[in-house]
Design a protein around this ligand. Structure first.
Ligand code: S3P
Length: 436
């Protein structure tokens, strides 16, 4: 599937938007509700292919999940030890979060299971979770150089560990903590940089014995989870596209309602402010998942920055759309310390650099980042999304600023996180046409 993108039309003065539910919270909520005692209700669930894959997997493992609507689930938990051996492989689709967290959840079970994924997920590194889970006593076989599928063997027991991941990764931390639920003793993770803590927040909300703070988390094994009602806020990572589109368009103010604003997620907000963007938060309130509020962005004149490396982990999924802002900012924006981008749904450094160059932007690639010379005249181009949802959406935001028509190839995976993206962007005046 491709997109044809035309220049955005003049916007209304003020646009008010909603974005889909948070992907990270949706995965975790359905996994944990499935092993809780009792019935949990999840509202605002992300109706995307990634999180749907996790719902299907939890059903294959024995949880009863009733859909009141596409975004409202009733999960009948089977208890910590109630999951059962699946009769087929468990297909995580495109979802790195699904696969890595499920590996943590499944490696302490007394039945075997196999986690598979699509072509992109099958190329992503799994050693980062296999290694700590093996230290806990898990038995996991992988294919070519620790890549999926992951074949998990039945075990009698896991034991707690104290682990310090080499990369800043909420997925690695969460995989270890989820295995820790099934381990004897204490399981602790210390991070080099604090990452999103939704696993920890949900565990606490569900009554599990856990201690955590920025950069560390510690669980006791073998307790019980109680069912809860969860309201999933809008995903800041999805809001980011509308946010940047508003900033680089003319004469508009856009409000995106009910967005999760946990500190470890909103590095982009800070980075855009440093570039001179007019962005603010309104109506902020506290929830179990951190602050939630409305994000308001107005058309702004941007200038280049050296992106502070301490912001990178807090905006790791937003670097592609940040690069779009950089292409519209006067001067050279420098990004470093972002080597993790090489192992996301695509090699995002290569994906962004090669497409920006096609549009006339000068980019220098480094192993762990890029220099982007912004503010130049852009041309329409034939662009390649590399089957990566965030690359597709980021490119459309920039292509919609150009007079002539651009084509973006390989956009199917936008359905993993933001199925109604085209509709949402049309509210911002973007004309995106879907072609087969
Ligand atoms: C996620 C963590 C991040 C992020 C991903 C979602 C999560 O990955 O990029 O989209 O839900 O834990 P890493 O843990 O690999 O940094």
């Amino acid at each position: 599937m491709d997109w044809i993108v035309r220049k955005s039309s003049a916007l209304q003065d003020e646009v008010v938007l909603d974005v889909p539910g948070d992907k990270s919270i949706s995965h975790r909520a359905v996994m944990l509700a499935s092993i809780a005692n009792g019935v949990s209700r999840i509202d605002g669930f992300l109706d995307g292919a990634d999180t749907r894959a996790t719902v299907n997997i939890m059903r294959q493992l024995g949880a009863k999940i009733i859909e009141h609507s596409r975004t409202s689930l009733e999960v009948h938990g089977v208890g910590l030890h109630g999951l059962r051996k699946p009769s087929a492989d468990l297909d995580c689709g495109n979802a790195g979060t699904g696969m890595r967290l499920l590996a943590g959840l499944l490696c302490g079970q007394n039945f075997p299971s196999t986690l598979t994924g699509d072509a992109s997920l099958s190329k992503r590194p799994m050693q980062r979770i296999i290694q700590p889970l093996q230290l806990m006593g898990a038995q996991i076989d992988s294919e070519n150089e620790q890549r999926p599928p992951l074949k998990i063997q039945a075990v009698d027991a896991l034991h707690g560990v104290s682990y310090r991941p080499a990369v800043a990764s909420a997925q690695v931390k969460s995989a270890v903590l989820l295995a820790g639920l099934y381990a004897n003793g204490t399981t602790r993770v210390d991070e080099i940089v604090p990452t999103r803590d939704y696993t920890e927040q949900l565990l606490r909300e569900m009554g599990w014995p856990i201690e955590f703070g920025p950069g560390f988390a510690q669980v006791q094994g073998k307790a019980e989870l109680r069912a809860v009602d969860i309201n999933v806020p809008g995903d800041f990572s999805s809001a980011a596209f509308a946010l940047v589109a508003a900033i680089i368009s003319e004469n508009t103010v856009t409000k995106i309602r009910n967005v999760g604003l946990a500190k470890a997620r909103i590095g982009l907000f800070e980075a855009l402010r440093l570039m001179g963007a007019d962005v603010k938060i309104e109506n902020q309130r506290d929830t179990f998942a951190g602050p939630v509020g409305d994000v308001v962005a107005s058309s702004s004149k941007l200038h280049a920055i050296d992106l502070p490396t301490e912001l990178v982990a807090d905006m790791i999924d937003e670097i592609p759309i940040f690069c779009v802002a950089a292409a519209r900012a006067n001067g050279v924006t420098r990004i470093r310390g972002a080597a993790e981008l090489r192992v996301k749904e695509s090699d995002r450094i290569h994906a962004i650099a090669s497409n920006l160059e096609r549009m006339g932007v000068r980019v220098t690639q480094f192993d762990d980042g890029m220099d982007i010379e912004g503010g130049c005249e852009l041309n329409a181009a034939d662009l390649q999304a590399f089957d990566d949802h965030r690359i597709a959406m980021s490119l459309s935001v920039l292509a919609g600023q150009v007079e002539a028509v651009s084509q973006i190839r390989g956009v199917e995976n936008v359905a993993t996180s933001f199925p109604k993206f085209v509709e949402t962007m049309s509210r911002l005046g973007y004309a995106i046409e879907v072609t087969a």
